[in-house]
Design a protein around this ligand. Structure first.
Ligand code: SAH
Length: 346
């Protein structure tokens, strides 16, 4: 397998069968080799710098019903909350003091937050913190809405496509949700001028090795600025409550492959990865990741944004999360920096 990994390192791409062979047949030694080259590649472009994003989970109301997600509309056990405009500004104020220069507003698809409300929030953040980037992660919208948020000052948009296969997508979503629309949204966001993040879950129900290879082919074609991946983790009040969760090894291997396939991409080591293993996020960095996204949401709502079970850091203040992550990164020779951390992908 080392030959294939060398080839990927040299050319930044493999064909589908080669990806399948690697994902299917790699040994522990192959993984180590992949990670060493992935870290080398990350260091060429980003050194030992780790970018931080302050994640503000501002609503867990959602009109969608994704089978895997704990805040799906049919989950009557979810305790719903919304942050106010002022709450969000307080999160940013605290985050700014802690050195965050990117704020990510993430939430369910909550009709309460009309375009006007979102634009007002984005505008307020950009007015108070002109040196910061604002990322939105609020799902599928129409062109007009994406345009309005961009004009209000939003810099980036994060919309995981969840899977590159429409058949696989159908097995994880109700029929009213269309894979084609989600993908159209991604292209739309890019054409408007956002720095765009897509992504998928590793080990989600019904996912095959072929699907994972297709993820890499999709990424190569789409050329996102950012790729968010993490293991699928079952949530006890969803239709997938009893499905197996994704593994640490598979997720790390995919991170390594993504780093070599898209050398300059921004690649977070996600909270889900930290949830399935106590050192998951450190291991993610050592597989090629270069971003972490500590939580800036008020502690009072943290335990309510439960997309999956056993989510970490739900009791910690923002400052604790930031310090803890800074220490964790230092322990592996990485340095958390105060920087907008824009993508080097053109
Ligand atoms: N509503 C927004 C934000 C979704 S939450 C949107 O549609 O983009 C962010 C991500 O969490 C999702 O895109 C999904 O990939 C991930 N997620 C949801 N449920 C999960 C689970 N059970 N395990 C792991 N990741 C999950």
């Amino acid at each position: 397998m080392k030959g294939l990994i060398d080839k990927l390192y040299g050319t930044s791409s493999l064909d589908r069968d080669e990806y399948i062979e690697l994902i299917n047949g790699h040994s522990e030694d192959d993984s180590k080799y992949l990670f060493s080259l992935a870290v080398k590649r990350r260091e060429e472009h980003y050194g030992n710098k780790v970018y931080v994003r302050g994640l503000i989970e501002f609503t867990n109301y959602c009109k969608n019903d994704c089978f895997y997600c704990g805040i799906r509309r049919s989950n009557k056990a979810a305790e719903r909350y919304r942050l106010t405009h002022e709450d969000i500004m307080i999160c940013c104020e605290e985050g700014y003091k802690l050195g965050f220069r990117t704020f990510v507003l993430q939430g369910g698809e909550d009709p309460y937050f009309t375009d006007d409300k979102i634009c007002a929030i984005v505008n307020d953040i950009k007015t108070h913190y002109p040196d910061c980037a604002v990322t939105l992660s609020i799902g599928e919208k129409e062109h007009k809405s994406y345009r309005a948020y961009f004009d209000a000052g939003a810099d980036r948009y994060l919309l995981r496509h969840e899977t590159a296969s429409s058949e696989h997508y159908k097995k994880m979503h109700p029929s009213e949700m269309l894979h084609s629309h989600r993908i159209e949204c991604l292209y739309d966001l890019k054409s408007i001028g956002y720095q765009v993040g897509c992504g998928f879950m590793v080990g989600s129900p019904y996912q095959t090795v072929e699907n994972l290879a297709d993820e890499l082919i999709f990424l190569k074609g789409f050329m996102p600025h950012m790729v968010g991946i993490g293991p699928f983790i079952s949530q006890h009040d969803t239709p997938f409550a009893h499905e197996k969760s994704g593994t640490l090894d598979q997720t790390l291997f995919m991170l390594g492959l993504i780093r070599l396939t898209l050398p300059k991409v921004l690649l977070p080591s996600t909270t889900a990865l930290g949830t399935i293993h106590p050192l998951g996020r450190e291991k993610g960095m050592l597989a090629g990741a270069n971003v972490v996204m500590p939580n800036l949401s008020p502690v009072s709502v943290r335990k309510k944004y439960l997309l999956y079970d056993n989510k970490i850091c739900t009791g910690d203040e923002a400052a604790e999360c930031k310090n803890c992550l800074a220490m964790r990164m230092k322990s592996i020779g990485c340095e958390v920096v105060t920087d907008r951390g824009d993508s080097k992908v053109l």
